[in-house]
Design a protein around this ligand. Structure first.
Ligand SMILES: [Zn+2]
Length: 430
């Protein structure tokens, strides 16, 4: 019996409107769009990824037709940013090294946002930052260039790269279980920095943006990231790619191979007094300005051409698997990469609503043809990389466009998707 069987897809669910009330992932049944930024109420918010067995979403809240990201953005007009910066400086002073040692950990990729945080901490706030990167699955050439550029701009970096056979296997399992191939990277990116901070005895970790910039709740827009995002009470409750640690061990995987993805125990985190701050809580966060700042202060370069699925060249450009991730996101939530980029820019007044809508119409949900062969190859479970025991877990170990499309249809929710006259899938809401 295969652990990861070929899924059964009932195409009848997508014909006509009879089943348009059926939802997946705990999504709200009625779909609507923010009057201000055009983001939709299907957008998931940040959660503790290591507690996920099934893909249940807590969607962005709306208030009088406005999404919570826009509400928070409006509230920012009334924030006394000088006072926030003063609080920030006072906090840094508590951790500031007196003997020339490192005093703050900055996690990131070397993209525009983490570049700004590290650079300002070093040059404006006179801290001694050390940077840490949880490796993308497959670097893009420009992603790797910007990572090198970060180091060349004056930062020591620890690049944490998991065993690639484990990394790709976990991504494939997450694709099968959750249709969320990026999930192992999120785990690493959340869990590796605090553990690094504990090892190095540098208890201050500063991330860039707060998830509340993009629709997580106002209550979570605080100085510190929620402790549950990167710690756990007991490893019995820990899930990776939707599987318990016990299950993954039963495949022959070892604890050390899973270590990069496993969170710290909450008790250890508290005992070592580690803090994980959001830089954007203390400063008015503006992604486009971060881009200009990075270009001004380093050799930061955007991608050569626009990114598939959107019109932009500078957001989330490090990992080839980003393309797959944004595609799965579009299938699950009906929100593509162009929507994410445009709604952020509209919110920050870099673009108007009508222009944003045109870009979304043109680019959202575009398939990542230029990278698909390489990505499917990466996620295929072959004897070259794995034991027969692992290959045997999959009814279809080789991922092709055909097997991927079938899996995709399984994860479509009837409340979002319908089959049109040409038997093509289209969104019910646009
Ligand atoms: Zn909005």
């Amino acid at each position: 019996m295969y652990r990861y069987k070929k899924k059964i897809v009932d195409l009848e669910l997508f014909k006509g409107d009879d089943n348009s009330h059926l939802t997946k992932f705990n999504l709200p049944q009625k779909v609507y769009f923010c009057k201000k930024c055009n983001s939709s109420n299907q957008r998931p918010t940040t959660r503790a990824e290591h507690l996920i067995k099934e893909d249940n979403t807590k969607a962005t809240r709306f208030f009088n037709g406005i999404c919570e990201a826009c509400v928070i953005n409006e509230d920012k007009e009334t924030i006394d940013w000088d006072k926030r910066e003063y609080e920030f400086k006072k906090l840094l002073d508590k951790y500031r090294s007196r003997n020339g040692s490192y005093d703050v950990v900055v996690p990131g990729s070397g993209g525009k946002d983490s570049f700004v945080v590290a650079h300002k901490l070093k040059h404006k706030y006179k801290m001694n930052p050390i940077t840490i990167t949880f490796s993308p699955f497959i670097y893009t050439p420009h992603g790797r260039r910007n990572f090198d550029n970060w180091i060349n701009a004056g930062f020591e970096n620890f690049l944490h790269t998991p065993d690639q056979t484990i990394y790709s296997l976990l991504s494939r399992i997450a694709l099968e279980n959750l249709y969320h191939p990026w999930h192992p990277w999120i785990l690493g990116q959340k869990n590796s920095p605090p553990k690094f901070a504990a090892q190095k005895n540098i208890p201050l970790v500063i991330y860039g943006d707060s998830p509340s910039e993009y629709g997580s709740s106002k209550e979570e827009f605080k100085t510190d990231y929620l402790i549950d995002w990167h710690t756990i009470d007991s490893f019995e409750n820990c899930f990776i790619s939707g599987e318990s640690l016990e299950t993954l061990y039963s495949y022959g995987l070892k604890k050390y191979q899973l270590e990069p993805f496993i969170p710290m125990l909450k008790s250890e985190f508290m005992q070592k007094k580690i803090r994980c701050l959001a830089y954007s809580y203390f400063h008015k966060w503006h992604p486009q300005e971060n881009y200009y700042y990075s270009v001004k202060h380093s050799n930061f370069q955007p991608a050569e051409s626009r990114t598939t699925g959107t019109y932009s060249k500078y957001a989330s450009i490090d990992d080839k698997l980003d393309h797959l991730y944004f595609y799965t996101y579009f299938i699950k939530y009906g929100i593509g990469r162009a929507t994410s980029d445009a709604s952020q820019e509209i919110r920050n007044k870099d673009r108007d609503l009508e222009e944003g809508k045109l870009l979304i119409k043109r680019f959202d949900g575009e398939f990542f043809s230029e990278y698909s062969d390489e990505i499917f190859d990466y996620l295929s479970i072959t004897n070259k990389k794995y034991s027969q025991e692992v290959v045997n877990l999959f009814e279809e170990p080789i991922l092709t466009k055909k097997t991927f499309d079938h899996l995709t249809n399984f994860f479509r929710s009837p409340h979002l998707w319908k089959l049109n006259e040409n038997k093509d899938f289209e969104l019910r809401y646009k």
